[in-house]
Design a protein around this ligand. Structure first.
Ligand SMILES: CC(C)(COP(=O)(O)OP(=O)(O)OC[C@H]1O[C@@H](n2cnc3c(N)ncnc32)[C@H](O)[C@@H]1OP(=O)(O)O)[C@@H](O)C(=O)NCCC(=O)NCCS
Length: 161
């Protein structure tokens, strides 16, 4: 039988579990710092989720209102207050391809809707684009060499209404 995946809302006290997933999921130059991720979790109206298998952290996703990110020129909806920016989502390598990323994405969308967001955006890193597409993501533009490992990002939007 497949092990059960337990999801929980992310709180600041869970930051070390987030960092375990972060370090195992991204190349070193792309990883975010503990401070950056703690900052995001601390913003009003931020949303974060963690997933555990056998008590071990295997995935997380986190984001906040688009307006907390200093990038007004990037998005014509910036400033309206209804866009949730999914800053990061990751599943540790050995748990990929089992639907955990999709389940996490779905839960984040549900929470975003509950909190009154109308739209979700994000920069998709590599496999992230395939994942976002499953939820109806529309590609808005490509940012070349957006990530410090030289990868491009697709900036996408998903309307939640
Ligand atoms: C993107 C990611 C979160 C997807 O998580 P996951 O649990 O593997 O996702 P799912 O099993 O729900 O599958 C979703 C999509 O991921 C892709 N995928 C499936 N198995 C995969 C694997 N073993 N490795 C990578 N991607 C895979 C597929 O495109 C799949 O869509 P499909 O089934 O319609 O083809 C995960 O691959 C990951 O953490 N990658 C490294 C970090 C990263 O790139 N994060 C995205 C930042 S925007």
């Amino acid at each position: 039988m497949a092990p059960e995946v337990v999801f929980k809302r992310l709180e600041p006290k869970d930051i070390d579990d987030v960092m375990i997933v972060e370090r195992r999921s991204f190349p070193p130059e792309v990883q975010q710092s503990k401070r950056e991720l703690l900052n995001t979790i601390g913003y009003p109206k931020s949303i974060g989720m963690l997933a555990y298998v056998d008590g071990k952290p295997v995935a997380y996703g986190v984001g906040a209102p688009l307006e907390v990110y200093p990038c007004p020129g990037i998005d014509k909806h910036y400033g309206q207050g209804y866009t949730f920016y999914l800053e990061s989502i990751a599943v540790v390598p050995e748990e990929r391809g089992k639907g955990i990323g999709s389940a996490l994405f779905k839960k984040i969308i549900e929470l975003a809707k509950e909190q009154g967001y109308k739209r979700l955006t994000g920069h998709a890193y590599r496999d992230g684009w395939q994942l976002a597409r499953r939820f109806g993501a529309r590609r808005l533009f490509k940012s070349e060499e957006f990530y410090l490992d030289g990868s491009d990002a697709i900036y996408y939007e998903i309307w939640l209404t």
